[in-house]
Design a binder for this molecule. Structure first.
Ligand code: 13P
Length: 301
């Protein structure tokens, strides 16, 4: 039996579903029941009839699935697949910040731990941050979008709201520089440049469009362009090519590879289903508080 057949067999035995983020290795994307962006996958998780969810992504994504589906067993094939951006704020720092800034509203990016979500007013994703900032707050509110400064600056540039910036960032997106975009544009002059809002403002300024990974997927399918330069983690190129075989995709920068996303392998998926590990555990009180901030977001989108 090859590894894919083993996974199929184990999936049936466990009544499991495999959710895979757009940045995962190509062979992992190939065994997915659903491939998508961080929140889309968790919403998918909450709808599934499966008993077990194997989450191929980074830890905060698996935790979000658990928060939305606490009755299900959520497994992550490598518990060390973390998100450095999510780790750029901890609960002590958040509590101190709130004490120093009374009345501040905490808008928490989905790339954050369950504990951070539990202490936030409302959650957002890169797909809906503009909408949430506009609909959930007023011009009088002081908002801190944690932990991503780049996403916050992007939102602040588009909607009339007051932001305090938290100094977090995604190291993978930070590797993409305006010079890379310029070079790729020279090489592929007909290509449209799509960038993720976790990129710096300087990169967004030289890009054509700004999208979450889910937004990129939908846009590329509709666009008349045949070539695209993709400013995000490079796993996205495989997903886009699979969905659009007649179009060409070029990375904005070869270096934009998230090592954490690539920690999940097919062998680890087999191991995970065989041993029911690593189970994602979130304490009940954290689940209920974190769910409130996610549900607050879902009301608007
Ligand atoms: P998306 O929600 O756009 O998939 O982004 C997830 C992520 O972690 C970006 O670095």
């Amino acid at each position: 039996m090859d590894v894919k057949q083993k996974i199929e067999k184990l999936k049936k035995k466990r009544n499991a579903v495999i959710l895979v983020h757009n940045y995962q290795l190509p062979e992992v994307q190939d065994i997915a029941d659903y491939t998508g962006d961080s929140l889309g996958l968790s919403v998918e998780a909450s709808k599934t009839k499966a008993d077990v969810i194997v989450f191929c992504g980074v830890y905060f994504m698996a935790e979000t699935a658990k928060i939305l589906s606490p009755e299900k067993t959520v497994l992550i094939p490598d518990k060390h697949a973390g998100c450095p951006l999510a780790n750029m704020i901890n609960i002590k720092q958040l509590k101190e910040f709130k004490e120093k800034n009374p009345g501040v509203k905490i808008l928490c990016y989905v790339n954050s731990s369950a504990k951070i979500k539990a202490e936030s007013d409302i959650c957002c994703t890169s797909a809906n941050a503009l909408e949430i900032a506009e609909k959930a707050f007023t011009e009088d509110d002081k908002i801190c979008l944690i932990p991503d400064k780049n996403l916050a600056q992007y939102v602040a540039s588009k909607v009339k709201r007051n932001f305090i910036f938290w100094p977090g960032y995604c190291p993978t997106h930070a590797w993409i520089l305006p010079e890379h975009i310029k070079k790729q544009r020279e090489k592929y002059p007909r290509a449209e440049v799509l960038a993720h809002p976790e990129c710096s403002q300087a990169v967004l300024a030289v890009s054509d469009k700004v999208f979450s990974t889910g937004g990129m997927s939908s846009y590329v399918k509709k666009s008349k362009s045949k070539e695209f330069i993709i400013g995000t983690e490079n796993g996205m190129l495989y997903r886009l090519k699979q969905d659009n075989p007649d179009k060409e995709f070029y990375p904005a920068a070869d270096i934009a590879v998230c090592r954490n996303m690539k920690k999940i392998t097919l062998d680890k998926v087999v191991w995970s289903l065989e041993n029911m590990k690593e189970e994602v555990i979130v304490p009940e009180d954290i689940i209920s508080k974190a769910k409130t901030s996610i549900q607050a977001m879902l009301k608007y989108v």
